[in-house]
Design a protein around this ligand. Sequence first.
Ligand SMILES: [Zn+2]
Length: 327
Amino acid sequence: MPSRTCSYLPQHVVGFAVDPIHVGTGRSLGHIDLTIVRDPVTQIPKIPGSSLAGVYRAYAALAMEEQRAQAGNQARRPYYPNCAGQGGNAGNEEGGHCRSRDCEICTTFGFARDGAGGFAGLASFSDAHVLLFPVATRIGPVWITSPDALRQTGVAPPANVDDDRLYYNSRRQQQKPLNLGWLLLPVEPLNANAALDGLKDFGVLEYVRARVGLVSDKLFSHIVNSNLEVRTSVSIDPQTGAARSGALFTYEALPRSTVLAWTIICRNPAHFTIDGQEVNAVRSCANVLDVVKRAHPYLEHLGIGGMGTRGMGRLRVLHPPLEGSNG
Ligand SMILES: [Zn+2]
């Protein structure tokens, strides 16, 4: 019998942008042709959970397929591309999700079916939010965070954060005002050992942790939006491989070395059935998480979001640590 010990397991995930990341809205705004998705309330750029779920599904299916091919298992249908992607037409044997209770991908990520009987999937994904955002200053990069950004990751923020201040531990004696991009702010010491320890537990590098600055939530949104990467590029004609005339476009992206955080909820398969039968492929919350985590090495190499062919989107998972890596 499957274990019934937990009903769900939350897993915080923290990732480091190896490249700029562009998860677009497909809309233009002002002088930006391709804008990125923002939280409607805070206006801070984010990666929607639905985008994360799609990418995790594709990469986990790739990982399962590699394993199936290596084992020479002809008995089971390919995980990739069938069980990855959008699912295709119901009843189409050629493609689409297998929708089997024996399939790690379809049970973990769910499937649709015409009429009744779809399955929501055992894993669900929050939006990825900006935890630490790199800003150029007079003394080099500083990674900005805010009380809300820490709280959403389960890290306790320091109390009493005033607006229009930068809390930062300068390595120099006196705390002179510091520029964050174009904004000059008075500096006060950052007394936030609990928060900094929390970042250490999430695998954030020492170099970054030594350069963390804290600002209020309101200021955080302002600073992030004023320091996004904005690039102008030219679109390429796929027929000729040459630039299309008049095809300059401008797009924005989260800059390289942004630290993002999201939460994956893994539900206990024992509480669900598919076609009235118990779920076979995964037997516990931990099993579901194991399937999900298979996507992590691929996130670093294949990336997320648009313009991967322009060297964008690679995201290195810092936490939880990859299997077989140290720490
Ligand atoms: Zn499947």
